[in-house]
Design a protein around this ligand. Structure first.
Ligand code: C2E
Ligand code: CA
Ligand code: CA
Ligand code: CA
Length: 240
């Protein structure tokens, strides 16, 4: 496994606000494999728990380093439906933060709607625990699952990430543009932060800024990179 990450930019300041941790499989023959090809399988077989544990463990050292060097960025980890059903996961998160002495405000968790829908009671219990230890929770791929506004009402979430399938066609497809704009308004009205994923083009960035979107992530800013390379971005501290 390799720990990659992709920066998130604060659209108001143009500065890096954090990054999303993304797993890669460094295959001896096939090279670096993106998770699109193996996360589903890992979920079905339950191996995903080991992937998540590996990610959690691998990110802690970096967070500790960020904390010591005074960087303010947050690192977001993806949790799967499987993870959220297991009460052991929330415990493991607390234990790791404790063991590494990492402030919980530095870590965020991204959960898809489908992870929440599979077992809403278990998800609520796990989320409440994660929130209680001080980490933020975001709904991932917002709009693609069995989207229901009741999630926004029921779950203690801090933000939503609008899926790239709405962001990419924004300029040519008026329906997507309306959905994005209304989602930003809705998120803000509920006190949530709104992140756009898959921002590939400067005109999309401009429209999102006009609509008041908080953060952006995508190829326009950077491709995912090995996490070691993020340090250069953080220390530059310049505006994008
Ligand atoms: P996601 O959470 O929606 O992550 C964003 C994906 O979009 C990443 O793909 C990223 O490389 C890609 N992306 C970012 N910017 C752009 C852009 O501007 N244009 C386009 N076309 N794509 C962009 P990646 O890294 O291949 O990850 C795919 C999915 O695998 C993620 O989707 C996430 O659901 C899952 N995943 C990744 N790492 C983990 C992990 O550690 N644990 C779990 N449970 N799932 C993970
Ligand atoms: Ca994600
Ligand atoms: Ca997505
Ligand atoms: Ca809220």
């Amino acid at each position: 496994m390799r720990l990659y990450c992709q920066p998130k930019i604060d659209m108001k300041t143009g500065r890096i606000s954090g990054a999303e941790a993304l797993v890669r499989w460094a295959h001896p023959r096939l090279g670096v494999i993106t998770p699109v090809h193996f996360i589903k399988l890992a979920e079905q077989s339950g191996i995903i728990t080991r992937v998540t544990n590996w990610m959690l463990n691998a990110t802690m050292g970096y967070l500790r380093g960020w904390q010591e060097s005074g960087h303010t960025g947050k690192l977001a980890l993806n949790l799967s439906a499987h993870d959220i059903r297991s009460p052991a996961m929330a415990q493991r998160i607390e234990d790791q933060l404790d063991a590494w002495g990492v402030r919980p405000e530095l870590i965020q968790f991204e959960l898809t709607e489908s992870a929440l829908i599979e077992d809403p009671d278990a998800a609520l219990a796990a989320l409440s625990r994660i929130k209680a230890c001080g980490a933020d929770v975001f709904i991932d791929d917002y709009g693609t699952g069995y989207s229901s506004l009741s999630y926004l009402q029921r779950f203690p979430i801090d933000g939503i990430k609008i899926d790239q399938s709405f962001i990419s066609p924004m300029l040519d497809d008026p329906d997507s543009a309306v959905i994005v704009r209304s989602t930003i308004e809705l998120g803000h009205a509920l006190g949530s932060q709104v992140v756009a994923e898959g921002v590939e083009n400067v005109r999309v960035w401009q429209q999102l800024t006009e609509h008041g979107c908080d953060q952006a992530q995508g190829y326009l800013i950077s491709m995912p990179m090995p996490i070691e390379e993020l340090a250069r971005w953080q220390s530059r501290g310049e505006r994008v």
